[in-house]
Write a protein that binds this ligand. Structure first.
Ligand code: C5P
Length: 234
């Protein structure tokens, strides 16, 4: 049976939030934002370990109590200059620390997607385990898309047909993902699937929902808080 290991790259600064504190530590429903992704991934019975990859100079992580996640949670301070570098460093750490083989599955999930549910994780695993390539959660684009000039004037309307918004987790076999990330220019990609596509492979898009959005701008925090609170009261 293949194993499933989660990896959360959390070495970014979250500059677009306009806050001194890296966004993964902003307070959300009484916890640092990253807590919610850690909790969800640790709660999936399919996942054997959850690796969190922090910046080498991270001073925030140890300010919180993570003991409830026990040995399932592994934290390493080996983040890199880009998200792809952080993921690759995390995969190398994973390889040297748990008995994992190239055919095992890695689920890479952004710390800034706190509203992921355990049901979504389990569905992703169910759909992709028999798949040759792997894939990612995603949703079809709903809005009309404009191409803008530098003065923010619409130069045209791009067809949204066949366009999907990529989310995370993105689930690929360890060996293929390492190979892909080693070959790609890490400054040019913003997700793992792009590296896989550059190998000529076609990641599968697994239908997700808008709740699994990425907290990017200050107003996103309030929306994430509402979603998490509603889920708690159910
Ligand atoms: O900046 P963005 O929201 O695209 O970051 C996505 C994820 O990648 C976040 O969880 C962030 O902490 C992580 N990241 C990282 N190392 C970097 C840049 C971003 O781990 N150098």
């Amino acid at each position: 049976m293949p194993r499933f290991i989660a990896l959360i790259p959390a070495a970014g600064s979250g500059a677009r939030m306009g806050n001194q504190l890296p966004k993964q530590y902003l307070s959300l429903a009484g916890k640092p934002m990253i807590y919610h992704a850690v909790h969800t991934l640790c709660s999936s019975s399919h996942i054997s370990s959850v690796f969190v990859i922090l910046a080498p100079d991270d001073h925030e992580w140890l300010r919180y109590d993570w003991s409830s996640f026990s040995d399932k949670l592994v934290v390493r301070y080996c983040g890199g200059a880009t998200r792809a570098d952080s993921v690759l460093n995390g995969l190398k750490a994973m390889q040297s620390e748990v008995s994992i083989c190239n055919d095992d599955w890695v689920l890479v999930h952004d710390a800034a997607r706190p509203c992921l549910s355990v049901a979504q994780v389990d569905q992703l695993i169910d759909v992709l385990t028999p798949d040759e390539v792997g894939g990612l959660l995603a949703i079809p684009v709903a809005d009309t898309l404009k191409r803008a000039d530098p003065n923010h004037r619409a130069m045209g309307t791009a067809s949204r047909e066949g366009l999907w918004q990529a989310q995370t987790p993105q689930m690929f076999r360890l060996g293929v993902l390492m190979d892909a990330l080693n070959k790609v220019d890490s400054t040019r990609i913003t997700d793992d699937a792009s590296a896989i596509e550059a190998l000529g492979l076609y990641p599968r898009l697994v239908l997700s929902d808008a709740y699994n959005f990425k907290v990017t701008y200050p107003q996103d925090l309030a929306l994430a808080e509402l979603i998490l609170q509603k889920r708690e009261t159910r």
